[in-house]
Design a protein around this ligand. Structure first.
Ligand code: HSE
Length: 436
């Protein structure tokens, strides 16, 4: 049987990793796929720069559309990223009847509904394992391995850069900006690193996982997204004193009123396995009704690790080239006509417990005012920690852990507390999850 011809668009970190992994493991891969796989063409906008892979047997071009329109290419591997040119190329590839493999989480999270429908119309598959949590095969695990379950919730550390920053702040007391610069130099951060630190990248990945978990259309615009840039060294320290760690989590939860879809810094008990996932590593905890909790851990970014997922998708597609499109595993795990329109809950309706850090003046009655406001909103305090007045200005940091309350009640309480003349600064709030 003839080799399947692949065209790779983009020879950056993931593109060069894909060439390297495929070359290095070609024998094993061919034994698995049942056919030869050949990267015959590749596109890169800058052909003059040296690539981190051997391109001797690959015909190179700086015009990616040439590859998309090449009748010899059966699978287009899009590793450019973003939703501009990558969208046009993927759409054209599908319309040309080519299968697509992509690591592009932004593209799938924001245009996936349309692209999957187009792919179905054209009898082709879009593989996107590499779009979520890099090398961790979380898409396949949820879509196939957990197919017997009603998935109740999932929570993931799904941005390596953010996790690296929080870990270094905690372990080495390093500054946020300094660690971010290192993550950029190591090639982990997005082209625009605000996507990492403000949670947008994690929200893309969470949106995709939630659809697969619950059988709902992709709804990135409804995800609540909060970054880690407001987390201070003090919060990291106080969390540790109370037996918690701060992790930037993406959480998707099915409730009787709808689906929670939220990315934010989260305090979790330090003894949880996921609380100990450090550095650039990713992990996703999935709770199925039959299987119980399952945890998937691995490298969420990086050249070879992400290429591992890209190449696995290529192999999957090669294996199914001859199968009837109707009998392939559906893109979002559920049959396209069986997706439900369960609403995504606004963050104001989400119920969690909270960590609050309030900076108050060192005066009698201040604490009573604060606890009075919390009690008016039916918010119970679980623990309270009052630190020594800070040297300058006699400001006292007061740390409170609350019991569960709806976010809208907490918003009202915070607004009232911040209006007190004895309270300085904005209140820092961190949502808490037990994940048990
Ligand atoms: N910037 C992403 C991260 C890369 O840090 O996790 C992988 O999606």
């Amino acid at each position: 049987m003839q080799s399947v011809k692949i065209g790779v668009l983009g020879l950056g970190t993931v593109g060069s990793g894909t060439v390297n992994v495929l070359n290095r493991n070609l024998k094993e891969i061919t034994r698995r796929a049942g056919r030869g796989i050949e990267i015959s063409r590749a596109a890169d906008r800058d052909l003059s720069s040296e690539k981190n892979c051997n391109t001797d047997d690959i015909t190179l071009t700086d015009n990616a559309m040439d590859i998309v329109n090449d009748p010899d290419i059966q699978v287009v591997v899009e590793l450019i990223g973003g939703t501009g040119i990558a969208y046009d190329l993927v759409l054209q590839a599908i319309e040309n009847g080519k299968h697509v493999v992509t690591a592009n989480k932004a593209l799938i999270a924001t245009h996936g509904n349309e692209l999957f429908a187009k792919a179905q119309e054209n009898g082709v598959t879009i593989g996107f394992e590499a779009a979520v949590a890099g090398g961790i095969p979380i898409i396949k695990a949820m879509r196939e391995g957990l197919a017997a379950n009603r998935i109740e919730w999932l929570a993931g550390i799904i941005n390596g850069t953010g996790n690296f920053i929080l870990t270094e702040m905690r372990d080495k007391g390093r500054d946020f900006a300094d660690v971010l610069a290192e993550a950029q130099a190591l090639g982990y951060a997005e082209a625009d690193p605000t996507f990492d630190v403000e949670g947008i990248d994690a929200a893309h990945k969470l949106t995709i996982m939630a659809s697969i978990a619950f059988g709902i259309p992709l709804q990135f615009d409804k995800a609540y997204t909060e970054g880690i840039s407001q987390i201070s060294q003090d919060d990291v320290k106080f969390a540790a004193e109370l037996g918690y760690r701060i992790k930037h989590l993406g959480i998707a939860k099915k409730t009787e009123h709808g689906v929670e879809l939220r990315v934010h810094p989260t305090m979790i008990p330090h003894r949880r396995l996921i609380a100990n996932v450090d550095g650039v590593m990713n992990a996703v905890l999935v709770q199925g009704d039959a299987v119980g909790p399952t945890l998937y851990y691995g490298a969420g970014a990086g050249s070879d690790a992400t290429a591992s997922a890209v190449v696995a998708d290529i192999i999957d597609i090669v294996r199914t080239l001859t199968t009837d499109p109707e009998n392939r595993v559906p893109h979002l795990a559920f049959q396209p006509d069986a997706l439900t329109d369960t609403p995504i809950l606004p963050i104001s309706e989400v119920v969690t417990s909270y960590y609050l850090r309030v900076h108050t003046e060192d005066k009698p009655g201040v604490l009573a005012d604060i606890t009075g406001i919390l009690s008016k909103q039916s918010i119970s305090i679980e623990a309270i920690l009052q630190k020594e007045p800070e040297k300058q200005g006699g400001i006292v940091p007061v740390i409170m852990l609350t019991q569960e309350v709806a976010e809208k009640n907490m918003d009202a309480a915070i607004a009232e507390i911040e209006a007190l003349s004895t309270v300085n600064d904005k209140i820092m709030r961190i949502r808490m999850e037990s994940l048990g």
